[in-house]
Design a protein around this ligand. Sequence first.
Ligand SMILES: Cc1cc2nc3c(=O)[nH]c(=O)nc-3n(C[C@H](O)[C@H](O)[C@H](O)COP(=O)(O)OP(=O)(O)OC[C@H]3O[C@@H](n4cnc5c(N)ncnc54)[C@H](O)[C@@H]3O)c2cc1C
Length: 515
Amino acid sequence: MYTARVLERLLRPDEADLCLVNRENYWVYQPMLPEVISGSIGLMDVVCPIRRLCPRTNLVMREVEEIDLRNKVVTVSPGFRPRQKKIPYDYLVIALGEVTNFYGMPGMLENAMPFRTLADAIALRNHVIHVLEEADVEEDADLRRKLLTFVVGGGGFSGVEVIAELNNFVTEVKQNYLKLRNEQVRCVLVHSRGRILPEMADPLALFAQKILKKRGVEIILNDRLVAATSEKAILKSGLEVPSKTIVSTVPSASPVVLQGLNCAKEKGSLLVNSRLELVGFEGQVWALGDCASIKTASGSVVPPTAQHATREAATCALNITAAMRGGEARGFAFEGLGTLGSLGHGSAVAQIFGVKISGWLAWILWRTIYLMKIPGIKSKIRIQMDWLVHLLFPPDLSQTGTWQDSAIKNQHFEPGDIVFHQGDLGDSVYVIEKGECEVVKQEDGVERTVATLRGGNYFGEMAVLSDVTRNATVRARTAMEVLIIPKDDFNQLRKSVPAFGEVFQELARKRAEER
Ligand SMILES: Cc1cc2nc3c(=O)[nH]c(=O)nc-3n(C[C@H](O)[C@H](O)[C@H](O)COP(=O)(O)OP(=O)(O)OC[C@H]3O[C@@H](n4cnc5c(N)ncnc54)[C@H](O)[C@@H]3O)c2cc1C
């Protein structure tokens, strides 16, 4: 987003078409996400619509599925109509960030919550309110203790900010739960090293530890989360913490689409030179932010922070302009201004230009600096209003309705409605509950009906099983009720219940023979 914004300023409209692919249509200010947990910043106030921030850029709100560096094409996911879109490019910037990766950590995927996106923050806030509601009505003392225990893995900035916000929030709002007022809340931070906040100097990290402990946070050092069940967090030392809430901000990995990218990498991150060009694709592809392995022009390793990423974006934009106009590229030379971490409740730690500050002054500094960094006057005003309201009133404890029904769903079709088109990607399997449809094939501009399907029949399995596009169109003949099983759920069911998969394998085999 920052690269596009700078390119909009540098390039004339007749000089370049700018295109930004992002899975959301908003930009999110991650450093303020932990405050969404307590509601001290409103859900919508940490985000800005990209279309307003980059008015001259074509936004494609889709998922990047493949990057073909040789042929210079980016393939993005299908939309409402299941067809992939290919976007050819002359110059490409890759800035896909990182993901939390629970690979090799049994039960973490199912039971631990990552904390990176707005959706993660909303899910965590809703979950925390849910466990408080449950603890208030639960009579089993053991279960109540698990419901009131919150475990966070990772003592870097995001882990520390999350545990601080979580602890402040539950301690304050438990006063509103009649049966919880005198109950003990347990907030546990697990960190793999000898002290938290490895990015900061010893005195500041120790100050942060002291403040957190004073507020009742338990800190477990030199240990790490390695597994989880629905009942407990399991640490490397063998220690088990019974809990219904496990959050993990570590470990990080490249997004899946970059893991398969055939190019120079260092520890899984895209390897770039000091001009931020992807090694082997100089002058065509640039990479920046958390997904790239970057060293400054003087050789220092660039950490994965927003203050660096935004400046890398400006360097990329300048270098792309230079590549287009034949100018000279510049090296990335920003060495960092310092680090800031909020502990909530009027306390923070800061290390700026080598000066170490902690407590209230650091907190004011944290808020002022981060507020200045947010683009757009509207967001700045909204966040200041949020902070003022939070200062004057207790935190809100309403859940926001983001419950997700199962992806398997029912759908109604009227006569003549198309269920899917020939040539679409196979994204679901269908079971007819009521009604009738016809399967028609287009060949040389002529339409031919190849089958009529009725209640109890299945269809759509061939393209899903063989990962090819639909070889026919399916159209409702009568009003029709259908159960739609999305591809991922279908494959999961096939894996777990082989007999289920065999029914569809057999059907696909028969249909292939009939063709
Ligand atoms: C909770 C938290 C707190 C933080 N606090 C601070 C802080 O206080 N100070 C600081 O300097 N840094 C902080 N950081 C780090 C900082 O936010 C990151 O370093 C910075 O955002 C990296 O920018 P990026 O562009 O590389 O990635 P991101 O900002 O993560 O952006 C990547 C974008 O790519 C999109 N995307 C990813 N994969 C795909 C795909 N396949 N298709 C389409 N879109 C895709 C994502 O949706 C996202 O919009 C924090 C991070 C977190 C998670």
